[in-house]
Design a protein around this ligand. Structure first.
Ligand SMILES: [Cu+2]
Length: 115
């Protein structure tokens, strides 16, 4: 049984067997992480606003012909330079909540909301 099958089974068992807040909590913790992809194109992050959960993955891919970064406004995290067609991926934690920008083009702004 692979991890996805196992987690899916756990979610089903939890939902059927238990009701109320406890079931909701178990279902949430058993939810597989989601991969979100943010394209950097024409000097924009797309999507520019993204809701994510702790444990999700966020991937930035640079589809422009110049390098960019995704850098937290508070300097807590940074993908570093992404050359054309390069990408970088993070696993979301609380510290990723908030606005970020491109260090080379500060007018490029976006944000992550961590739930
Ligand atoms: Cu840039």
């Amino acid at each position: 049984m692979d991890r996805r099958t196992f987690l899916s089974g756990m979610a089903t068992v939890s939902t059927v067997a238990i009701v109320g807040a406890v079931a909701a909590q178990l279902a949430r913790s058993a939810q597989p992480s989601t991969l979100h992809t943010i394209e950097i194109t024409e000097f924009r992050f797309s999507p520019s606003a993204l809701n994510v959960r702790k444990g999700d993955r966020v991937k930035w891919i640079n589809l422009d012909i110049v390098p960019h970064t995704a850098t937290a406004l508070n300097s807590n995290w940074d993908t570093g330079e992404l050359k054309p067609n390069e990408s970088a991926e993070i696993v979301v934690h609380e510290g990723h909540n908030g606005p970020y920008f491109c260090a080379y083009h500060p007018m490029m702004k976006a944000g992550l909301t961590v739930n």
